[in-house]
Design a protein around this ligand. Structure first.
Ligand code: HEC
Ligand code: HEC
Length: 177
């Protein structure tokens, strides 16, 4: 009986080693997937960059139709922010845009993004920059929570079943101050 226990441990060790190896052999597939997302975003970005040649340093809101959250950014900056958001959430442009109309607000994720920007700005401005116990500046961006995921992991139990949709399609609730 006493000899049985170490044998069992060796067995568990070997089987978990085999399953670890299986996981690493799966990895190239997910790396390829990330690359195709990047390529897909790049396709739209280079198309836009070509059609906006010479306007790179103009204010984004003078070139595009529906700029509310990114006022003050240049056209070039806007496009690189678009790529950064896609990367941070692990998505392509399609996740937030109607592909035949960049200015459209129809996608719920387009509006959610504007709310996220308000939240993220307040987090940095009102909370993180006030923390005395840390070396400043302490800042967070989309990647800090999303880490290439659409939805960051929930703390505590996940809400069960579908959650009710917000009324008004989730219009940003912009603070007054
Ligand atoms: C996480 C959501 C999200 C992703 C991903 C995203 N966008 Fe956007 N995009 C937005 C939001 C929100 C705005 C509006 C910004 C504002 O209000 O200033 C916007 C604005 C734009 C505009 C300006 C449209 C106009 O006419 O006003 C263009 C062009 C654009 N995005 C292109 C892209 C491209 C190309 C990609 C992929 C590389 C992309 N976006 C990825 C959310 C996203
Ligand atoms: C402090 C953490 C945090 C930061 C920073 C943050 N997010 Fe989020 N985001 C969340 C959480 C949590 C959710 C999921 C909410 C839920 O449960 O539906 C979410 C959801 C979203 C969604 C909806 C995704 C879906 O599938 O429902 C979008 C779009 C989004 N975030 C965009 C952004 C962008 C763009 C930024 C940066 C400007 C950003 N977020 C910064 C925490 C964060």
């Amino acid at each position: 009986m006493k000899i049985f226990v170490p044998i069992l441990f060796v067995f568990i060790g070997i089987t978990s080693f085999i399953s670890m190896n299986n996981q690493t052999s799966n990895q190239p597939a997910s790396v390829v997937l990330k690359d195709t997302l990047m390529l897909d975003r790049e396709k739209y970005l280079s198309f836009l960059k070509d059609s906006l040649k010479g306007k790179e340093s103009l204010p984004a809101d003078s070139v595009f139709k529906n700029i509310k959250s990114l006022k003050g950014k240049s056209t070039e900056q806007l496009l690189s922010i678009m790529n950064n958001w896609g990367h941070a959430l692990g998505v392509t442009c399609k996740f937030c845009h109607e592909m035949n109309n960049w200015a459209s607000e129809k996608s719920r994720n387009h509006l959610r993004t504007r709310e996220m920007i308000v939240m993220n700005d307040r987090l940095n401005r009102d909370l993180l920059s006030q923390m005395k116990g840390f070396r400043q500046p302490v800042t967070m961006g989309c990647i800090s929570c999303h880490n290439e995921m659409k939805e960051p992991p929930h703390d505590g139990p996940r809400p069960q079943g579908p959650r009710p949709r917000p009324e008004g399609g989730g219009q940003p609730n912009t603070p007054k101050n």
